[in-house]
Design a protein around this ligand. Structure first.
Ligand code: UD1
Length: 417
């Protein structure tokens, strides 16, 4: 078992390169199934979720080579494959193979997905958009089986689910005729998937809006794409600067969209400057409380930053409240922060935070990816030594978090037990 050992209280200062985006990488890996020809993805993050998906794709005959952030994929020998529990349980991103395999092979079979335990996470919206594309889809005890060439139609999403939007797009790009998607998710990662697909020959309009028009094409070709930086990892390192009274510069941040994140970090007293390919942040001595934050789909404050914000505001001067509207059980961090002396409580969908001056280093346990990163942040700000167990969650989305924070001057080490 690996855990993160942190001696807190060091002021972070320095520069670090921002990794590529996890939530753009996963749908783009799924999309590569649709492309015939050489696919090269640059700035690919070296994280467990990417490796899990690449491993799953290798069973469907898709070869890959990942070196120093450059990923080459060869789909020329791709075959239909039934993705059982051993693949689907490990990463939620696996559900996107449903749309991609339907698009290429007109059949797909996948076990119910796993991912972090942060809510019920049903897949009803994924199933309904695919049914609306006229494929026959049955939900069995162990998973979903879908068959037929997707056929365009007018589809209304009752909630702007990121994954369901991506599955609809993946299924529709090589489908018959025109698909109009109303109420689509507008997250930057959905837009990036669409841009990738258009580079490969797809015909998608309305990118970045909630109304997507997709004209089906017979097949997609090879493509070269550089992934954008990860906006959630950027937000996490900005929180680290804020919580340690530090000064941090993030490099290679071209195209990173921090909408919904920076306004709340600025309200907490962080001064943020974006210039060319850099994001620079300088903290106040003390974090300021932010009275009311509500997570919601883009462009609002992202649920993926909620835990880090709870950690940040737990050391603020004053009282803050965060309302989580996306994932109903994303509060695993609360009891752990309490062990570190934070005055935080969770009731229903709210976290109520009375900021304290100092947290105390303690052994704590991550139960999900972003919660794990947030506990690392708490450890950086705490007095004394912390041990964050559950590193495997953090490794799903953060590329060498200990190395990056070390570069910024943190006393942090990944330790094997
Ligand atoms: C994606 C992101 C995740 C982020 C989330 C919300 C990836 C790989 N993951 O997850 O990091 O936290 O968007 O921004 O991109 N829902 C249903 N039925 C469905 C699908 C979703 O009820 O069929 C619900 C979910 O339970 C949740 C809400 O809709 O309450 C949002 O989920 P969704 O936008 O689909 O998130 P994911 O695509 O799973």
């Amino acid at each position: 078992m690996s855990y993160v050992k942190i001696v807190g209280g060091k002021r972070l200062k320095g520069e670090v390169k921002l990794q590529g985006s996890k939530n753009a990488a996963l749908p783009i890996l799924a999309a590569s199934v649709l492309c015939r020809g050489q696919i090269r993805i640059e700035n690919c993050p070296d994280i467990a979720d990417v490796h899990e998906l690449l491993y799953a794709l290798s069973f469907a005959g898709i070869k890959n080579e990942l070196h120093d952030g450059r990923l080459d994929l060869d789909t020329s020998e791709a075959v239909p494959f039934s993705f059982g529990q051993e693949f689907a349980k490990k990463t939620r991103g696996g559900i996107l193979l449903l749309g991609a395999f339907l698009g290429r092979f007109h059949e797909a079979e996948i076990a119910y997905p796993g991912g972090c335990v942060i809510g019920a996470r049903p897949i009803d919206l994924h199933c309904s958009v695919l049914r609306a594309l006229h494929v026959s889809l049955s939900e069995e005890k162990d998973g979903v089986y879908a068959k037929g060439r997707p056929q365009g139609d007018r589809i209304l999403l009752s909630y702007p689910s990121v994954g369901a939007t991506e599955n609809a797009v993946l299924a529709a790009v090589c489908g018959k005729g025109r698909t109009e998607l109303f109420g689509a998710a507008t997250e930057p990662e959905v837009a990036e998937l669409c841009r990738f697909l258009n580079k490969a020959g797809a015909r998608i309009r309305g990118i970045g809006t909630s109304y997507l028009v997709i004209d089906g094409v017979s097949q997609l070709h090879g493509v070269h794409h550089r992934l954008s930086g990860d906006r959630i990892v950027a937000g996490t390192y900005l929180c680290a600067a804020a919580m340690t009274g530090g000064e941090v510069i993030l490099r290679e941040t071209d195209g990173v969209c921090l909408e919904g994140i920076t306004n709340n970090l600025c309200a907490a007293g962080l001064r943020i400057q974006k210039e060319n390919n850099l994001i620079a942040a300088r903290a106040n001595d003390r974090v300021l409380a932010v009275p009311c934050i509500r997570t919601a789909p883009f462009p609002a404050f992202p649920t993926d930053m909620q835990s880090q914000m709870v950690a940040l505001l737990s050391v603020a001067d004053g009282d803050s409240v965060i309302c989580e509207t996306v994932f109903e059980s994303r509060f695993g961090i609360v009891p752990e922060l309490q062990k570190m002396g934070a005055d935080v409580i969770n009731t229903d969908r709210y976290v109520i935070i009375h900021g304290v001056k100092h947290l105390q280093g303690r052994p704590v346990t991550a139960t999900d990816l972003r919660g794990g990163a947030a506990l690392v942040l708490a450890g950086l700000a705490a007095e004394g030594e912390s041990k964050v167990c559950g590193y495997e969650y953090i490794a799903r989305g953060y590329e060498n978090i200990c190395g990056s924070l070390c570069k910024l001057g943190a006393e942090i080490m990944l330790t094997e037990e």
